[in-house]
Each structure stands twice: as structure tokens, then as C-alpha cells.
Write a protein that binds this ligand. Structure first.
Ligand code: SR1
Ligand code: MG
Length: 421
């Protein structure tokens, strides 16, 4: 199917025809349109009033293909319908951390939403060494509220089952199944290896049995554990933040999946940033230790905050209904023991998913800028080997890693251990 992206004048004319958007931009003003999309899938435009640039919106449109590759990789435009539904659902549960939707067009597969003009994509901010004092608190709140309220811990069983069947997102799940859980572990033509990455590190992904078995278990969980509505792609490029506010964007991969997938993605990306730090601070003439410490503090704070808030919402719900999920009255020792074991398993899953997410960003086709921007090939390969070492440990040891502090201790050990390249 042939697709022509909007020209500036076409998009301006289209938006002027939508009263809710036109009123927001100022009815009589000329509009300025800039295409700013740097993601892998869609076109994204900033549109503002020429007279009053404060009046602005973001427009996101899904072409019928994967933008990163082009028309040779077709992708259903209905993904935008998924994204709109997820933005609305997450926005209801967590309005302070989700951009507002002003207009959605299910024929043109586009969405008009709140422009976050004093916020930056978190990945860029982390690469520049910015500190976000509220980040862990905000993301842990987002995770706790969204993951809890989509699950059987909150929804009536029939509502949850209807939601599961209504939120099938087969094509985008397929991308994750392939690019995160399958291709990195075989000799797939889409894999991209950086020039100095040792052959042994690549070979290990294809042959080391404990690692491959663990990755297979995570793939099974991703494909079969329809626990809650997950964002599905919660890396640091799907978050916009400033010192005071944090917004989660881009939920086009949303589907009913395992709860650990979102915290795993977020933690994985903090850990990728952690290992890339040496280079970026070296380039900026700074010592990396303080920012590395801050990054690991965020790993700990986001998990602890999430676990605490999730359990708190859960207890409150059981008290409110007077009934525990496992049956019987709320506040029993058995209900608390079930909760504890639930959270332990959730950490285990989170770590397994984090491991897979780290590996795919090293050897898969879609990489992360904090690592690809490392110009020195040897330094980049050392960073990549450390990411792979930690990822393997997270996957293989996920059942033994009983606390988030043991995870950050492991991350520090991997950093301290020499990489012989
Ligand atoms: C082929 S699309 C590559 C990646 O971009 C998205 O952000 C998802 O992470 C997807 O896997
Ligand atoms: Mg995205």
C-alpha cells in the first residue's frame, strides 16, 4: 500500500478542520509544522501557532510500515488504535504521568496529543548526565498503578478476560518475540554486531545452555502470561522528563503480558546507561563514579518504590472489598505470604526480562544511542561485553537474586571486572 506522509500544509489544513485542536492552537493563526520523529516506527510532528508558539500539540501518525526499515517491512496501521486505547487507559489510571489525548483519527491512524515542551527524552538526558530527582518515584507510581489495575488482582474475572481478548497486539508482539527473545540467540540476518565485539561473546549467546534456557523461559512467559496490560516498550526513549515531571509515551506495543516486562525494560535501560557512562563522562571531562552511583540508586529506588506501592494498593483493595485475592478475609497471614511470594516472583521475572532487553540492544538491529554514540570501537565493545555479562547473570541467576540490592552489587562487580579486548 502506497503511503505519503503529510506535507506541512496538508497537516496544518487537517488540524484546522478539527475544532478541539484548532481551538487549542488558536483558530486564526498560521501553523508551524516540524517533523521530529526519531523513533523506529512512526512519524511525529510538533505543530505550533506561529503567533504564539506556546500553543502547540504533537501529532503522531503510523505509516503502514516500520519507519526504521521502510516499505519492505509492512506493519498494520491499527497499531495506532492500540496506542490510543493504551494512552487512554494509562491516562485514566495515572493522569500525571501520561500525555493527554486531544484527538484520535482511526482512519488516518493518527493521534493529536499534549506537547511536552519543557521535557526531554529520558535517554538523551541520561546520556548528558542529567539528574532527575523525581524519576524513580514517578515511574514506580506509573508501574504500580497500571500493572495492578489491569490484572485479576483488581478487575472482575470476566472483565479481565474480555480485556485480554480485546488487547491482542499480534504484529507488535511478534516484533518483540523475534527481536528480543529469538534473533539475538541465533545467527539472524537482522542482527548487527559492532566491529570489535569479540566473536566469543556472540558465540556464547548461541551456545551457552543455561543462558539460552533462561531466555527461552522468558520468551514463554512473554507469549503466555497474560497477567496485565503492559506498556510493552518501556525503555528510556519512551519516557519524557524534566526535574519535576515524568511522562510515559509511546505505548503502541501494549498488550496483556507478564507484569515484569515493563519494570524489566526500564531497569535494563538504566543498566545500559550505567555501562555507557565511562565514555560519556570521559568525553565531558568528568569522573563517572557519582553519576554511576546515581543510576544504580535509581534501579534500587524504582524497584523498591514499585514493590512497596503495588503491595500497598493491593492491601488497600483487599481491605476495601473485605476479601483477599486468595479467598477469605483480608489481612490474614496467608494473604500476606501469598503477596510476598508474588512480589518475589515478580522480581525474578523483571530480572529475566531485563537480561533479554539488554542483550537485544547489544546484538539486535534496534540499538541504543548511549552505546552506538561511543566512537572508540574498543571502548564500545568493552561496554557491550559488560552489558552482555550482566544480562547473562540476571537471566541465569534471577531466582537466586533475592533483592534489588544484590542486583546493583552484581552490576558494580561486572563494572569492576576487566574486559580483555
Ligand atoms: C523493529 S522496531 C524496533 C524496536 O523499536 C521499538 O521501540 C521496540 O523496542 C522495537 O523492538
Ligand atoms: Mg516507541
Amino acid at each position: 500500500m502506497h503511503f505519503e506522509a503529510f506535507s506541512s500544509s496538508e497537516l496544518a489544513a487537517y488540524l484546522k478542520g478539527i475544532p478541539a485542536v484548532s481551538a487549542r492552537l488558536g483558530d486564526d493563526s498560521e501553523l508551524q509544522v516540524v517533523e521530529v520523529g526519531d523513533g523506529n516506527l512512526n512519524y511525529v510532528y510538533f505543530v505550533s501557532s506561529a503567533r504564539d508558539p506556546q500553543r502547540s500539540v504533537v501529532v503522531k501518525q503510523a505509516p503502514p510500515f516500520l519507519r526504521l526499515v521502510g516499505e519492505s517491512w509492512p506493519l498494520p496501521r491499527e497499531r495506532m488504535v492500540r496506542e490510543v486505547a493504551a494512552l487512554r487507559r494509562f491516562g485514566t489510571l495515572c493522569p500525571e504521568h501520561v500525555p493527554r489525548v486531544y484527538h484520535a483519527d482511526c482512519e488516518k491512524y493518527l493521534i493529536v496529543m499534549q506537547r511536552l515542551d519543557s521535557h526531554r527524552v529520558l535517554r538523551q538526558g541520561l546520556t548528558d548526565g542529567m539528574v532527575y530527582p523525581q524519576l524513580a518515584d514517578h515511574i514506580s507510581t506509573f508501574l504500580a498503578r497500571t500493572l495492578f489495575h489491569g490484572s485479576d488482582l483488581y478487575l472482575p474475572a470476566d472483565t479481565k478476560k474480555t480485556a485480554v481478548s480485546g488487547d491482542i497486539n499480534a504484529e507488535l508482539c511478534r516484533i518483540t518475540e523475534d527481536l528480543v527473545f529469538t534473533f539475538p540467540f541465533e545467527d539472524d540476518t537482522s542482527n548487527v554486531y559492532s566491529p570489535a565485539l569479540p566473536a566469543a561473546a556472540i558465540e556464547r549467546l548461541r551456545t551457552h545452555e543455561p543462558l539460552r534456557r533462561a531466555a527461552g523461559e522468558m520468551k514463554w512467559a512473554f507469549m503466555n502470561h497474560a497477567e496485565t496490560l503492559v506498556h510493552g516498550d518501556l525503555h528510556t526513549g519512551s519516557i519524557m522528563a524534566n526535574e519535576h515531571e515524568t511522562f510515559v509515551i509511546d505505548p503502541e506495543f501494549a498488550f496483556y503480558g507478564p507484569m515484569g516486562f515493563d519494570p524489566g525494560a526500564f531497569i535494563a535501560n538504566l543498566l545500559l546507561a550505567y555501562y555507557a557512562r565511562d565514555w560519556h563522562d570521559h568525553m565531558a571531562g568528568r569522573e563517572p563514579a557519582a553519576y554511576q552511583r546515581w543510576l544504580l540508586e535509581q534501579v534500587e529506588a524504582v524497584w523498591s518504590g514499585f514493590a512497596q506501592k503495588f503491595a500497598q494498593i493491593w492491601r488497600a483493595r483487599e481491605r476495601e472489598t473485605g476479601r483477599a485475592y486468595i479467598g477469605g478475609p483480608a489481612d490474614t497471614r496467608a494473604a500476606e505470604a501469598f503477596r510476598e511470594e508474588f512480589m518475589r516472583r515478580l522480581l525474578e521475572d523483571t530480572l529475566g526480562f531485563a537480561g533479554c532487553k539488554m542483550i537485544r540492544r547489544i546484538v539486535g538491529m534496534a540499538k541504543v544511542a548511549e552505546i552506538t554514540s561511543i566512537k572508540d570501537e574498543t571502548v564500545r565493545a568493552r561496554v557491550e561485553v559488560r552489558c552482555l555479562r550482566l544480562a547473562e547473570a540476571l537471566l541465569v541467576q534471577r531466582r537466586e537474586l533475592a533483592s534489588i540490592e544484590s542486583v546493583t552489587a552484581l552490576a558494580r562487580q561486572v563494572l569492576a571486572h576487566a574486559v580483555d579486548i
